[in-house]
Design a protein around this ligand. Structure first.
Ligand SMILES: [Zn+2]
Length: 131
């Protein structure tokens, strides 16, 4: 928790930008050692969502008790909800963990979910000259 993920093979620490870039990939290939590993994010997201929701509920209860009527508490409660979403986006990379793929899991992962990085080859457009 509160730690950026590291490659389970070579322990390269992934920066916040790379974690965000890779967040939707299920399988990530390490840019350093080229091993493939699993992007284990669900459990961390759940923990983070639980912490944030729990805090937001407490703050909203306090707001409701402090404000005189429901209408004047609407805006602060909306602000709390917005902050909660923002906090989730901000801290989610710290709750992601990169894990080794177990041999038993390799067969379970559909091949289309394994992202193959495009090779460095780029086609050059050939311009035909009309004379
Ligand atoms: Zn690595």
């Amino acid at each position: 928790m509160f730690k950026l993920p590291v490659c389970p093979y070579c322990h390269t620490v992934y920066g916040i930008k790379e974690v965000r870039k890779n967040k939707k990939k299920e399988i990530i290939k390490c840019y350093h050692c080229e091993n493939k590993f699993k992007n284990a994010r669900v459990k961390g997201y759940l923990i983070l969502a639980f912490i944030i929701t729990f805090s937001a509920v407490i703050v909203n209860t306090v707001i409701l008790n402090l404000t005189a009527d429901i209408i004047s508490s609407v805006f602060p409660i909306l602000a709390v909800s917005f902050t909660a979403v923002l906090l989730f986006a901000l801290f989610s990379p710290y709750f992601i963990k990169y894990k080794k793929i177990k041999n038993s899991e390799i067969k379970e992962i559909p091949s289309e979910k394994i992202i193959i990085e495009p090779s460095g080859k780029q086609k050059r457009s050939v311009r035909k000259r009309t004379e």
